[in-house]
Design a protein around this ligand. Structure first.
Ligand code: ATR
Length: 386
C-alpha cells in the first residue's frame, strides 16, 4: 500500500527530489504502521489466549467470568500508564473495553450473548437543551465496559409526550429525563415509583416489556455523594432552591435522617416544598451558616455559561461547613471556589451525576455499574471540553 501514492505533475529540479524523498518517507512510515498493526494484533490474540486460560481456571475454581473489580483495576492502571501519552483516555477506554468484551467471550467459551453487534438496546436522554449532556458519554462507556449491547443518544425534545410515545413505539429500553421535563413526564407513565411520586419528578424511565416505569435516581445520587463525606443522620441540612433538583435533595436528606431547611428566593414555592417533604422554610436572604452543618446548592445558579453567578455571598460561608453544589459544569463553581477559600469542605456535582447515572444503569440492565469507567469517561470528556 506504501507505493500507491499519487504523483502530480513533477516540479523541476530540487522540488522533485524533495518530493521523492517525502514519498519514500511516507512509504516507510506506512510500512512501520503495518508492522505495528500486525504486532498489536498478535499481542491482542496473545492476550486473548491468556484470557481463555484464565476462563478454564475460573471454571475449575467455580468463579464467575465477570470480575468488575479486576476490570476496574485494569482501567485504573492503564489510565495511569497512559498519562502524558498521545492516546486520549476516551480512546483508551474504547480500545480496552472492546478487548475486555472479547476476553469475556473467550473466557466463557463464546457463550457470552452480548457481542454489541446484534440488535442494540436503545436508550436516550430527553431534554431541552440536551446537546451538552454528559449522559451519552457516561452510559456508552458503561455499555462498552460491561459488554451490554446498548446504544445511548441525546435527543432534544420540546414536548415530552410525543417523545414518550416514541419510546413506546420504537421499543427503547429506557430513557433519562432532564430539564425541563422531569415533572411533566409523570403523566406519560404506567407506573411511578412511590419515592419518585413523592419527589414529584422522574429522571429515569424503564421500558419493562411495553410498560413505562418512572424512577428518581437523583436523590440517591445526592445522598451517596454527600454520604461519602459526611454522615447525614441527625445533621442540619440547608437546601438552596425549590425546583426538581431541590426536591430530590430534600427528599434524600430527609430519607437519610437529616433535618432540612429549604432556602428559596420565592416564598410560595419554597414553603410548598417544605410542607410536602417535611422540611422548614426560610427566605434565601436569611441564610445563616450557623444554622446548618451541610449546605446543598440545588439551583442552576453558577452553571456554565453564567459562571460568575453565585446564590450566596461569600461572607455567608464559614469554616467547617460542608458545601455541595449539584452544578457540575463547571466542576468548581464560584460558590465552591469561595467555599474552599472560606475553609469549607466542598463536594462537587460530578459524584452526584455519576451515582444517579450508575443507578439508572442498574435499573436498565440489572448489571453492576462500572463506576470507575463511567467516572473516567466523564472526567475525560469534561477535560476535553475545557
Ligand atoms: P430544576 O428543576 O432544575 O431544579 P427549576 O424547577 O427551574 O429547576 O428550579 C430552579 C430553582 O432555582 C428555583 O427554586 C429557583 O428559585 P425560584 O423558586 O425563586 O424561581 C432557583 N433559582 C433560579 N435562579 C435563581 C437565582 N438567580 N437566585 C436564586 N434562586 C434561583
Amino acid at each position: 500500500m506504501g507505493t500507491s501514492v499519487k504523483r502530480g505533475s513533477p516540479p523541476a529540479g530540487e522540488g522533485e527530489a524533495e518530493r521523492r524523498a517525502d514519498e519514500r518517507r511516507l512509504a516507510e512510515l506506512r510500512a512501520e504502521i503495518d508492522r505495528l498493526d500486525g504486532e498489536i494484533l498478535r499481542l491482542f490474540n496473545e492476550r486473548l489466549e491468556r484470557a481463555r486460560a484464565v476462563g478454564a481456571v475460573k471454571r475449575r475454581l467455580g468463579l464467575p467470568v465477570r470480575d468488575m473489580r479486576r476490570e476496574a483495576e485494569i482501567f485504573r492502571r492503564l489510565a495511569e500508564l497512559n498519562r502524558g501519552r498521545l492516546l486520549a483516555d476516551r480512546h483508551l477506554v474504547r480500545v480496552f473495553a472492546a478487548l475486555m468484551a472479547a476476553a469475556r467471550e473467550v473466557q466463557s467459551d463464546g457463550a457470552h450473548p452480548a457481542d454489541g453487534f446484534g440488535t442494540p438496546a436503545l436508550f436516550a436522554v430527553f431534554g431541552n437543551p440536551v446537546v451538552h449532556s454528559l449522559s451519552p458519554v457516561m452510559h456508552n462507556a458503561a455499555f462498552a465496559a460491561t459488554g451490554y449491547p446498548g446504544m445511548y443518544a441525546a435527543i432534544r425534545a420540546k414536548d415530552i409526550r410525543p417523545a414518550m410515545a416514541g419510546v413506546r413505539a420504537l421499543g427503547f429500553r429506557g430513557a433519562s429525563i432532564t430539564i425541563p421535563h422531569k415533572e411533566a413526564v409523570l403523566a406519560c407513565l404506567d407506573f411511578i415509583d412511590p419515592r419518585a411520586r413523592r419527589i414529584g419528578a422522574v429522571n429515569t424511565v424503564v421500558n419493562d416489556a411495553g410498560e413505562l416505569k418512572g424512577f428518581n435516581t437523583d436523590w440517591e445520587g445526592i445522598v451517596r455523594a454527600l454520604g461519602e463525606r459526611v454522615a447525614l443522620a441527625g445533621r442540619r441540612v440547608a437546601v438552596l432552591g425549590a425546583g426538581g433538583a431541590a426536591r430530590a435533595a430534600v427528599f434524600g436528606a430527609r430519607h437519610a435522617g437529616a433535618r432540612v431547611t429549604v432556602y428559596n428566593r420565592t416564598r410560595d414555592k419554597g414553603e410548598a416544598l417544605a410542607v410536602a417533604l417535611g422540611a422548614d422554610f426560610r427566605p434565601l436572604e436569611e441564610f445563616d451558616p450557623a444554622d446548618c452543618e451541610i449546605l446543598v446548592q440545588a439551583t442552576p445558579v453558577g452553571m456554565s455559561p453564567r459562571t460568575a453567578e453565585t446564590p450566596l455571598p461569600a461572607e455567608r460561608l464559614r469554616p467547617g461547613l460542608v458545601v455541595m453544589d449539584i452544578v457540575y459544569t463547571p466542576l468548581k463553581t464560584r460558590l465552591l471556589a469561595e467555599a474552599e477559600a472560606a475553609g469549607c469542605q466542598t463536594v462537587d456535582g460530578l459524584s452526584m451525576f455519576l451515582y444517579q447515572g450508575a443507578r439508572q444503569f442498574e435499573l436498565w440492565t440489572g448489571l453492576e455499574a462500572p463506576l470507575d469507567i463511567m467516572r473516567l469517561a466523564v472526567e475525560t470528556e469534561l477535560t476535553a471540553r475545557g
